[in-house]
Design a protein around this ligand. Structure first.
Ligand code: PGA
Length: 308
């Protein structure tokens, strides 16, 4: 069967207008040229697509079927040109991204997947805590940042793309490990190894404590999740971290997640940029990539099971 895109396009216009004349006008063709295209399509499929009664033309049931395909093929052809336009723009570009300390655990996997799709985009990644990210946004020194929930400022635009549950961690042999729904009061009596004041994790911890009218006892402050996990594993206290940091530690049985009432603290990861910033095609493509693919590239099923 030798069907061309042009035949399908002409046929679709005739079907939409129920008229050869109006289709010809729309496509800037002569009426005989339109008839020839429809005729050759009918010859290719070996079925009549229209029938004529007096001056009026009607579509046959074969015509209805072919019309559905003609429309979906036209939509796909449009998509091809969109994608090509984007690829051309993206392939020359660069991406300046800053991420929260905690996002570093998954962002490299997502960047690797993005790089496979757009190998010529040059990527610059910086890692800092929440305050550091807000500063970079304010200075307009970065395309976009990946952070916990952005502050509700009007000049920031953010889109959530993945869950970010915060959990309480303990060494594997901690006596609270066997308890279910441990009351917050019990937890508040424990010593905690916590993140620094400027971190999103610490801010979320403080908000949570205020909402539930408890006070955590910070025994030690550390600026890295790795340091907190090592400290907790060594028995220096409990910790409160994003579950995204824990995959290997749970697997290696170096830490456990405690079953505490009102936990996990439900948060999300956001991709954030300044409102009205003209994103480069590469930055734009990365944002779309993140929103569409984050949960497939970085599946959290292992973590979810450990939280049950
Ligand atoms: P943080 O940010 O690494 O600064 O804690 C992560 C978050 O906001 O959850």
């Amino acid at each position: 069967m030798n069907i061309t895109l042009r035949q399908l396009k002409v046929f679709e216009a005739v079907a939409r207008h129920s008229s050869y004349t109006r289709a010809a006008e729309e496509l800037h063709l002569t009426q005989p040229a339109v008839s020839i295209q429809v005729k050759s399509l009918e010859e290719s499929v070996g079925l009549a697509l229209f029938e004529q009664f007096g001056k009026q033309i009607y579509m046959t049931s074969a015509g209805e079927e072919i019309l559905r395909y003609a429309r979906s093929i036209a939509a796909q052809v449009d998509e091809i040109s969109d994608v090509v336009a984007r690829l051309k723009g993206v392939s020359r570009g660069s991406l300046h991204l800053a991420v929260a300390t905690t996002a570093n655990y998954f962002i490299t996997h997502l960047l690797a997947a993005f790089h496979r799709q757009f190998p010529d985009v040059s990527i610059n990644l910086s890692v800092t805590n929440r305050q550091g990210l807000l500063k970079q946004l304010a200075e307009n020194s970065i395309d976009m940042v990946v952070m916990g929930e952005p502050p509700g400022e009007r000049d920031l635009a953010g889109q959530a793309f993945m869950d970010n549950p915060l959990v309480v961690i303990a060494p594997p042999d901690h006596p609270l490990g066997t308890r279910k729904r441990i009351p917050l009061k019990t937890i508040a009596g424990e010593r905690f190894v916590v993140r620094e004041e400027d971190s999103g994790t610490r801010a979320a911890m403080t908000r949570f404590a205020r909402r539930h009218q408890i006070a955590f006892t910070p025994a030690m402050v550390m600026t890295s999740n790795e340091a907190i996990k090592q400290a907790v594993s060594a028995g220096l206290g409990l910790g409160l971290v994003s579950a995204h940091t824990l995959e290997l530690d749970l697997y290696a049985n170096r830490l456990q997640i405690l079953d505490v009432a009102h936990f996990p603290i439900a948060r999300h990861w956001y991709i954030v940029h300044r409102q009205g910033k003209r994103l480069s095609p590469a930055a734009d493509a990365f944002r779309d990539f993140l929103v569409e693919n984050a949960s497939t590239v970085w599946p959290t099923t292992g973590i979810e099971q450990a939280m049950k």
